[in-house]
Write a protein that binds this ligand. Structure first.
Ligand SMILES: *[C@@H]1O[C@H](CO)[C@@H](O)[C@H](O)[C@H]1NC(C)=O
Length: 454
């Protein structure tokens, strides 16, 4: 047991030695000295502010203070700096933060950005156009956009992950973690639970495609028919579609016939001697038939029961069948392999640059590190300790709010007497974002020092 403890101690020591915290922000007192407000959108009055607050519900009012966006329909931008620029060559890059969409976000960004030292001169006006390295976090707008963005900049272009990663949409604090690894894989965690992972090669389009359609091949004459055919057949027969290459031509000796007539099969002797129809053997010349008046009587014909139709050879599998022809791809001359897709050089800034229709998101507990363990520990020490208290307070406020509403409704109904037109009531007060507790907290926040805002 003693030995085990020693071994464990050594392991921990190793982990601690290699772990490096590159940036940490808990938004405690003095945060405003570490963050700069961008002048982005200020000139036309569409820039909002960040207010230092724990919000309407929290587990610990001091520890849960973060920065909250406000007012509605504004742009928000501020940033801070790493002590020294970080290049993740052969190391991991982990960025983590928490977001609480207290306002019940219906449209707005909630993501963080990491920016390179080369954006330094532009940081004063840091905004949507400023070149960044990594963009990560939730983005919500209506029911169609409810995702967690992972955007990596490669070769000057932004590349969005091709997978749809869910975002949390409730009004509680959630921790978002992105991990980039030197083996060109990534992982996304929400509340320390892995929600996505994959290869940077497969899940992003950073590199040009490895192969392309042969640009020298020529378009078959029946191309338009084939396209139509394909549109009609793709549902139940995707391989009927030889659409992969709009220009290539099929080699002449390519055999696409799956079945052929059996060359061994011979027409039986006498097959053609059996007539299709015969004279009806049961027919009799009617008794009142007059050859003079009616012409010479001819017995009617009927189908011959012996007749077997036109002879067709048996169909057999074609031994020369090569399948439906698909033009081969050729190597893309533009393709260049890169075994360091994960690499981001000289990360120097951390920032938020957002537009929110409905403001009120509180950001907190940002960490940039090279160790997932460190990030987990940090999240457990912060969010992990206050999340239950926050939920409890949230639930209580919601419950009280509901009781209040129900009481008011009963009251209103009583006042109105027979009048059951309560539409007005529903539209004005049905929305739980205009709660009393917020007003009190905001008043409180406004009473505090000027530096509570950026
Ligand atoms: C990449 O590295 C991570 C961390 O070392 C490891 O957990 C993961 O299995 C690796 N993935 C691949 C595909 O090698």
């Amino acid at each position: 047991m003693k030995l085990g403890a020693v071994a464990l101690g050594c392991l921990c020591l190793l982990a601690v030695v290699s772990a490096e915290v590159l940036f940490e922000e808990k938004f405690d007192a003095g945060w405003d000295k570490r963050w700069q407000k961008s002048s982005w959108k200020e000139s036309d009055g569409s820039a909002g502010k960040f207010t230092w607050t724990a919000g309407k519900w929290y587990g610990d009012e001091e520890a849960d203070k973060g920065i909250q966006t406000g007012p509605d329909s504004k742009y928000f931008a501020l940033y801070s700096e790493l002590k020294k620029a970080y290049t993740n060559e052969d190391k991991e890059l982990i960025v983590q933060f928490s977001a609480k969409h207290e306002q019940d976000l219906d449209c707005g960004g909630g993501y963080i950005k990491l920016l390179p030292a080369s954006s330094g001169k532009k940081m004063k006006d840091f905004g949507g156009e400023t070149p960044y390295s990594v963009m990560f976090g939730p983005d919500i707008c209506g029911y169609s956009t409810r995702k967690t963005h992972v955007i990596l900049t490669y070769d000057g272009k932004n590349h969005l992950v091709k997978k749809d990663i869910k975002a949390e949409t409730d009004q509680l604090t959630h921790v978002y973690t992105l991990r980039l690894m030197p083996n060109n894989t990534y992982e996304v965690y929400v509340d320390l639970k892995q929600v996505e992972s994959g290869s940077l090669y497969d899940d992003f389009d950073m590199l040009a495609p490895k192969t392309i359609k042969d640009p020298k091949a020529t378009k078959p004459e029946d191309w338009d028919e084939r396209k139509l055919f394909c549109t009609l057949h793709i549902l139940y027969c995707p391989c009927c579609c030889c659409l992969q290459d709009p220009k290539a031509t099929k080699p002449e000796d390519w055999d696409e016939r799956e079945k052929i007539a059996d060359p061994e099969d011979k027409k039986p002797d006498g097959w053609d001697d059996i007539p299709a129809t015969i004279v009806d053997p049961d027919a009799k010349k009617p008794e009142d038939w007059s050859d003079e008046d009616d012409g010479e009587w001819e017995a009617p014909t009927i189908p011959n029961p012996e007749y077997k139709g036109e002879w067709k050879p048996k169909m057999i599998d074609n031994p020369a069948y090569k399948g439906i022809w698909v033009a081969p791809d050729i190597d893309n001359p533009e393709y260049k392999h890169d075994d360091k897709l994960y690499l981001q050089k000289d990360i120097k800034y951390v920032g938020f640059e957002l537009w929110q229709v409905k403001s009120g998101t509180i950001f907190d507990n940002i960490l940039v590190t090279n160790s997932l363990e460190e990030a987990k520990k940090f999240a457990e020490d912060t969010w992990g300790k206050t999340k239950d208290g926050e939920k409890e307070m949230h639930d209580k406020i919601k419950e009280e709010k509901k009781k209040e509403e129900d009481a008011k409704k009963t009251d209103d109904d009583a006042k109105k007497g027979g009048d059951d037109d309560d539409d007005e009531y529903d539209t004005e007060d049905g929305d739980d974002k205009k709660e009393a507790p917020k007003a009190t907290l905001e008043d409180k926040a406004e009473d505090e020092d000027e530096k509570d805002e950026l």
